[in-house]
Write a protein that binds this ligand. Structure first.
Ligand code: NAD
Ligand code: ZN
Length: 244
């Protein structure tokens, strides 16, 4: 028997990624809790909660608008591209649940991406439900292009104390997953922090690729390092197992 073959990972059928701010850090977008993280310059209660939007929508709009130029300019890195490569070559359903509000997975041409915290370049009309896509500033005077009413647009990013998006899809994917890979996520923000445990309960192998170790028993394996290096290597290894 070919010894190398027996060392290869098994072939998976349903691969689910959970990506966090760490996958976009090599593209220059700061994570929230790092030393230069966004929370160091802002009070989260003022700019990123449901209550802040109800109290003072201008302040939340201004915060989101202030992030847009940097997010617009960012480009995908080798980690985003590795997911696309896996999706194009590996014979499994490959889906991505992302906590990121950037559009780097889309720019990398990854399919089946679910933004559980929304997207920075979208705003939702609370009057008619229309989702407007724009990199321009949005504010309390912006007119909804669908219903023509102003003052009803909310940045379509999930604020603290709001429910996440795509809950049914998440439950279905975590039910079916046989390989769950979390990348660049501190495991602090729930409910996403519970996804690995859920996938593991349902029988998936769980792997974390992160810059730092995360405590707890949710992961069968942790690969510590820069995702821009560790993920392409991890994907290459998965692809070896399906090469004939
Ligand atoms: P987080 O900031 O809490 O944690 C990021 C994790 O990534 C940390 O554990 C860190 O060690 C790790 N990390 C940093 N650089 C890395 C690298 N090069 N390679 C691998 N790992 C790296 O972020 P989170 O867990 O995603 O959750 C915070 C929230 O912040 C999310 O809800 C997300 O919506 C939001 N956020 C999004 C963006 C974005 O869209 N790019 C940026 C900042 C924050
Ligand atoms: Zn409208």
């Amino acid at each position: 028997m070919d010894k190398n073959k027996t060392d290869l990972p098994p072939v998976y059928r349903n691969i689910v990624f959970l990506t966090g701010a760490g996958i976009s850090a090599p593209s220059g977008l700061a994570t929230f809790r790092s030393q230069n993280g966004l929370w160091n310059n802002h009070r989260m209660e003022d700019v990123a909660t449901k209550e802040a939007f109800e109290r003072c929508p201008e302040q939340v709009h201004a915060f989101v608008n202030s992030l847009k130029p940097e997010f617009f300019a960012a480009r995908p890195n080798t980690a985003h591209l590795a997911i696309t490569k896996l999706q194009q070559i590996y014979p499994a359903n490959v889906s991505v649940l992302t906590q990121n509000i950037d559009t780097l997975h889309e720019q990398a041409r990854t399919k089946n991406v679910y933004h559980i915290h929304g997207q920075i370049n979208q705003a939702k009309c609370l009057q008619c439900g229309h989702i407007m896509e724009t990199w321009e500033d949005v504010g309390t005077k912006t007119v909804c292009p669908a219903c023509g009413i102003s003052g009803k647009l909310k940045p379509d990013v999930v604020l603290f104390h709001e429910p996440i998006l795509h809950e049914q899809m998440i439950a279905d994917l975590l039910q079916k997953a046989d390989l769950f890979i979390a990348i660049g996520t501190s495991g602090v923000v729930y409910p996403a922090a519970g996804f690995a445990a859920e996938a593991k309960r349902n029988g998936a192998r769980t792997v974390l690729l992160n810059a730092e170790i995360v405590t707890g028993r949710n992961f069968d394996e942790q690969i510590i390092g820069d995702a821009a290096e560790t993920l392409p290597e991890f994907v290459s290894r998965l692809l070896l197992s399906v090469k004939s």
